[in-house]
Design a protein around this ligand. Structure first.
Ligand SMILES: Cc1ncc(COP(=O)(O)O)c(C=O)c1O
Length: 383
C-alpha cells in the first residue's frame, strides 16, 4: 500500500552531486569553498555551553539576524535565518505559490486537459529560468504547484520579456539565480530591477545569490527603500562564501512584509544553537572569508585561461565554478567521457545530462594544487 500523495508518488527526487567520503579525492563537483572557515567560527562553536544546549535555541536566530542586518545595512526584520539556502527556497515556494487543488488533476470533460481553466493558465505558479538549480522544480512538485520554465538566451542572460511571460503564466514567485548556476554569468542590476518592477503587486522575485560572494556586485540595492520595491527577496548561503556547507545555514533578505510572511510558516526552531553561533561568527569575521573569495577569483581566472588555451570554451563566470565546453570533433572525448575518466582518477567534476548542458562540464574552482591536478589530468586525457 502506498500512502503518499499523488504528487509525491510522481516525484523525481533531487539528485545531489556525488559526495565521495574518501579524503583522497579532488572534489570539484559541488561548489564547496576549498579553503577552511575562519577559526573564529570553530571558537564560537566550542564556546557554546552545555546549558545553552539543554535549552531550545532562539527561535528566529536573533543574534545572527542582527549580525546579518549590520553586515548588509538593513534592519533585523528584513532578515530570516534558515537551515541552508535550500530551506529558504522551500519556504518561499510554500508561502508564495498556490498548490493545485486536487481536483485539478481529475479529468474534466469540459476542458479535456484534466485542468481547470485557472490551472491551465498556471495560476499561483513558480516560474524559473532554464537551465537553473534543479532543486526548484522538485520543491514545486513537492508543494504540488505548477512550475514554468522560461529558457535563458544563448549567452545565459534573462530574456527581456521574462516578466510578462511569467505573469501570463500565473506567476506568484519567480526565481532568478544570480550569478547564474551553472554558467556563472552575472545578470545586470537594471535587468533584475525591471523584472521586479514588472512583477510588483502580483509576484515575488527571488534572486538566488548563493554564489554572490564571488561576484563584483549583488542585488542589495534593490532593497533600498528609495526604489520602492516590496517584492524582492535575496537568498544568501554560508555554504560557499563562508566555507560552511556542512553547517547548513542560509538566510533571506527582503522587505519586512515578505520576511514576516515566511516567519509565520517556518519551523519554530529551524536553526540550532551551534549553527547560529557559527554563522554569527562567520558574518562577524567576513574579512577572513573575503580572503578566500579573492583566492578563488584568482584561480578562476587562471583555470579559465588554461582551459581556453586547450581549446575549451568557458562561459565568463562570476562564481566559484566555471562551465566549460571541451573541444569537439577529431576523435576528442565528449564531456561525459571526460567526466567519467576523471572520476576513475578520483577527480570529481559535475556533468548534467540535460539539454544545453550535455556537452559541458561544470568545474568548481579548487585550491591551486587541486586545479593543477585537474589540468594535468585533462591534458593526459586529450592525448
Ligand atoms: C543555485 C543555488 N541556490 C541555493 C543553494 C542552496 O545552498 P545551501 O542550501 O547549501 O545554502 C545552492 C546549493 O548548491 C545552489 O547551487
Amino acid at each position: 500500500m502506498a500512502y503518499e500523495r499523488d504528487n509525491i508518488r510522481a516525484l523525481t527526487a533531487y539528485t545531489p552531486g556525488e559526495q565521495p567520503q574518501e579524503t583522497k579525492v579532488v572534489k570539484l563537483n559541488t561548489n564547496e569553498n576549498p579553503y577552511p572557515p575562519s577559526p573564529a567560527v570553530l571558537e564560537a562553536v566550542r564556546a557554546v555551553s552545555a546549558e545553552s544546549l539543554r535549552r531550545y535555541p532562539p527561535p528566529s536566530a536573533e543574534t545572527f539576524r542582527r549580525a546579518a542586518a549590520r553586515a548588509h545595512g538593513l534592519s533585523p526584520d528584513q532578515v530570516i535565518a534558515t537551515n541552508g539556502g535550500d530551506e529558504l527556497l522551500r519556504l518561499a515556494v510554500t508561502v508564495f505559490c498556490d498548490p493545485r487543488p486536487s481536483s485539478a488533476l481529475a479529468p474534466t470533460p469540459a476542458t479535456g486537459t484534466g485542468l481547470r481553466p485557472a490551472q491551465r493558465h498556471g495560476a499561483g505558479s513558480l516560474v524559473m529560468t532554464e537551465p537553473s538549480y534543479s532543486l526548484y522544480p522538485v520543491l514545486a512538485d513537492i508543494h504540488d504547484t505548477l512550475i514554468h520554465r522560461v529558457p535563458l538566451n544563448d549567452d545565459w542572460s534573462v530574456p527581456a520579456d521574462f516578466a510578462p511571460r511569467a505573469l501570463a503564466l500565473g506567476c506568484r514567485l519567480a526565481i532568478i539565480v544570480n550569478p547564474h548556476a551553472p554558467s556563472g554569468r552575472l545578470e545586470s542590476l537594471e535587468s533584475l530591477e525591471s523584472v521586479a518592477r514588472a512583477l510588483q503587486g502580483q509576484a515575488v522575485l527571488m534572486v538566488d545569490e548563493a554564489y554572490v560572494d564571488f561576484a563584483t556586485r549583488d542585488a542589495l540595492p534593490l532593497l533600498d527603500p528609495s526604489r520602492g520595491l516590496d517584492n524582492v527577496l535575496l537568498l544568501r548561503s554560508l555554504s560557499k562564501g563562508y566555507s560552511l556547507a556542512g553547517l547548513r545555514f542560509g538566510y533571506g533578505l527582503g522587505h519586512a512584509n515578505l520576511i514576516a510572511s515566511m516567519n509565520k510558516a517556518k519551523d519554530s526552531y529551524n536553526t540550532d544553537i551551534l549553527s547560529q553561533a557559527a554563522a554569527t561568527a562567520a558574518l562577524e569575521h567576513r574579512d577572513e572569508a573575503r580572503k578566500s573569495w579573492a583566492a578563488v577569483i584568482g584561480e578562476r581566472t587562471r583555470v579559465t585561461a588554461e582551459l581556453e588555451r586547450r581549446g575549451y570554451r568557458v562561459s565568463p563566470s562570476q562564481s566559484n565554478f566555471i562551465l566549460a565546453t571541451p573541444p569537439a570533433g577529431g576523435g576528442a572525448p565528449t564531456a561525459k567521457a571526460i567526466y567519467e575518466s576523471l572520476k576513475q582518477r578520483s577527480l570529481f567534476v559535475r556533468y548534467f545530462d540535460q539539454d544545453r548542458l550535455r556537452d559541458k562540464l561544470r568545474i568548481t574552482i579548487g585550491t591551486p594544487a587541486e586545479n593543477n591536478a585537474l589540468l594535468t589530468a585533462l591534458g593526459e586525457l586529450a592525448r
